[in-house]
Structures are given as C-alpha cells and as structure tokens.
Design a protein around this ligand. Structure first.
Ligand SMILES: Nc1nc2c(ncn2[C@@H]2O[C@H](COP(=O)(O)OP(=O)(O)OP(=O)(O)O)[C@@H](O)[C@H]2O)c(=O)[nH]1
Ligand SMILES: [Zn+2]
Length: 347
C-alpha cells in the first residue's frame, strides 16, 4: 500500500474527528481496518501498518471501520460508522454479517449483455440504499451492445435521480466519469454478478493490474469467480477501494429503509390507499392498483417490489426469532451463573 502522509487519505473526516474527546486526543490514535483475517485485523494509521489480534471483548469489527488505539496499539474503542454494509450470511445461517463499513459510494455493476436485468438491479439497489452509501449504476460492455440508449433509459426510469453511467470497462477514457466518486479519501466498493467486469473497471481506474480478471464465456455470460479477499486498497492518486468477495448469494434482511428508498414511488402510492392495511391486490380504493391500470406503474416493478418485500419480511422475522432465542439463552446462562455464584458464596 502507498505511504500515508495524512489520515484524510484513509478517509478520516470531521464525522470521526467529532467523536473524539480531549482525552482521546492525548491518549489514543485513530486507525482504519484495511484487512480482515480470522484472528486478526490489519489497520492503517499515520504511523503505518498495525496488526491487531481479535479478542472476544471487542465489538464486531469490519473492513472500513475506524478504531481508536492506545499508545501501545491496544484497542480502545470503535468509532461510529456513517454507513454499514451487511447481509444475511450466505447459506442456511441467519446471522447478519458485516461486509464493509464507512463506504461513500457503491458502484452497482451490470453488463449490457445477457446479464442485464432490472429486477436484479433493484435487489442490489435495495441493499445499497439500506447502507447509507450512494449507489452509482455502472452499465458495462457498452461496446458489445447495439441498444445502449434504450437499456440505459430503462435503468434511469427506475429513478430519475439515479446516477447511471454506461461504459466500456476496457477503455480508460470511457470510465473517466467514475473518477468523480474516487477522489482522495473517498471509499468505494463494486458489486455485481460474476463476469460483469468489476475487476476490469478497477484495473482501468488504477491504470494498472490490481485484480485478476477472469476470461468468461461471452455466450452465456457465466463467469468464474476470481475475487476472494476482503480488504481496503489505496488506489493510485485517488480514493480507497473496498474489495469484497462476490456477493452472488444475496438475501435481504432488515432492509426496510433500502426498500422504501428503492421503491419510493410505490410506497408513496401505498400511503394514499383507502385502507391503511391495503395489500394492494384487489381492495377498493387501492392507489397502487390504479397506477398499474393507468400505466403509471409497471407490473414487473410491482411484482419485484412484492417479491423483495416478502423476502425481507421473512428473513427479518427469522433474524428476530434468532435474536430473541439468543437473548433468552443469554438470560438463562446469566441466571444459572448467578445461582451457582450465590450458592458458592453460601447465600
Ligand atoms: N468488451 C468488453 N469486455 C469487458 C468489459 N468489461 C469487462 N470485460 C471482459 O469481461 C470479462 C470478465 O470481466 P471481469 O472484470 O473479470 O469480471 P468481474 O465482474 O470482476 O468477475 P468476478 O471477479 O468473477 O466477480 C473479462 O474477459 C473482461 O475483459 C467491457 O466493458 N467490454
Ligand atoms: Zn393499495
């Protein structure tokens, strides 16, 4: 990693500064988590790289976090995050897993070939909009597409305020607009299916080969997975790149805010329905169904909204159930422990 001369290069800003007390200034130093391993974290601060062994007493930490360390480089505390990216763990477990924190922007990457699917984009947007980071849609492989304008317009129609950029990831001039989000101290991440061209974009932004790219079979858009580590890199002369492993198995949990932001116009219509418990199926006075009938809202988008809302409700309920169970178990352990201590002390 390039030498740091100033904490702002690592993303330090007033938001974090304001969390420090006078004592913190005197007795501690801030550092950012740049690599995450099973038993330890690698941090970067003004004095260089610091390895911090994980301890059960520490809160859950993640790549992107800012922490305070004492002069001996022992953990003091975690600083509040301005954005937090998490997902329900892949597979059967229902734990929420921190993926990355303190992200300024997330490039949601989709290619303009067979991978192009508005519903997938809405799913990614729901996740990003939940985090507090800005979503920027990057449509890649424009050089392979005959219909760029119409596909780009379809994406823009999801939300007129959405940032949508169509690029040829292999051409550094074409990706120039992305640099606006990669200025010094800005932290960005890329998400999107395998093979859409994330590594290619990153390499073009860097002007050098930072990540391995996989040759894919263009005929079926299926990619091989090449991104494996979770780390934060300082890009040459620019921002910080959060490199997170593939997120193909995305499931939504606790993303009510993300859904409301992504489908803002549907939620606004729903608020005007005659009945406040309207299910927007066939009730009289349903403004959502009315918008569908007059063509203001399209069926694909509404169906996807229902699908994602159902998925998030189901996963969130399972998470809540698990949390309640953990809490009850914790309480039971504490009661048992308390009893045995009281017995030992002879009360
Ligand atoms: N023609 C063209 N090819 C591209 C473009 N972007 C990426 N590619 C090619 O698509 C293939 C896959 O690109 P990668 O950058 O490895 O894709 P990725 O999203 O990083 O894939 P994973 O690491 O599997 O997540 C490579 O052969 C790239 O050269 C583009 O804009 N135009
Ligand atoms: Zn309704």
């Amino acid at each position: 990693m390039t030498k740091i001369t100033n904490l702002s290069q690592l993303g330090w800003r007033p938001f974090f500064q304001q969390q420090l007390s006078l004592t913190d200034y005197d007795e501690s130093v801030p550092a950012r988590v740049v690599e995450q391993h099973r038993n330890q974290l690698v941090l970067r601060g003004e004095s260089g790289e610091i390895v911090l062994a994980l301890h059960p007493s520490m809160p859950a930490l993640c790549v992107g976090d800012w922490v305070l360390l004492d002069k001996q480089h022992q953990f003091v505390r975690l600083l509040e995050r301005f954005s937090e990216f998490s997902r329900k763990a892949a597979g059967s477990g229902l734990e929420k897993q921190l993926i990355a924190t303190n992200l300024d922007a997330v490039f949601v990457v989709m290619s303009l070939n067979q991978d192009f699917k508005l519903s997938r984009l809405e799913r990614y947007l729901t996740l990003v909009n939940e985090t507090g980071a800005q979503a920027v849609i990057v449509l890649t492989k424009r050089d392979l597409c005959d219909d760029v304008d119409s596909l780009q317009a379809q994406v823009q129609a999801l939300d007129p305020l959405l940032q949508v950029i169509a690029v040829n990831g292999l051409d550094s001039e074409s990706i120039a607009p992305l640099r606006d989000w990669c200025k010094e101290g800005q932290t960005v991440a890329f998400m999107g299916s395998s093979g859409v061209g994330k590594s290619t974009l990153i390499n073009s932004l860097q002007g050098q080969q930072l990540l391995a790219t996989s040759g894919i079979r263009e005929d079926d858009s299926k990619g091989r997975h090449t991104t494996t580590t979770r780390s934060l890199h300082l890009m040459a002369g620019s921002g910080l790149l959060m490199d997170t492993p593939g997120m193909r198995e995305l499931q939504l949990a606790d993303v009510q805010t993300g859904l409301s932001t992504t489908f803002a116009e549907i939620e606004a219509l729903a608020k005007q329905c005659r009945f406040n418990n309207c299910s927007h199926q066939s009730e009289p006075g349903c403004c959502v169904q009315a918008a569908l009938a007059n063509g203001e809202l399209d069926q694909r988008r509404l169906s996807n909204y229902f699908k994602l809302a159902r998925e998030q409700a189901l996963n969130s309920a399972s998470l809540a159930q698990k949390r309640a169970k953990d809490k009850a178990l914790g309480k039971m352990y504490r009661t048992v422990q308390g009893e045995s201590q009281r017995r030992k002390k002879g009360y």
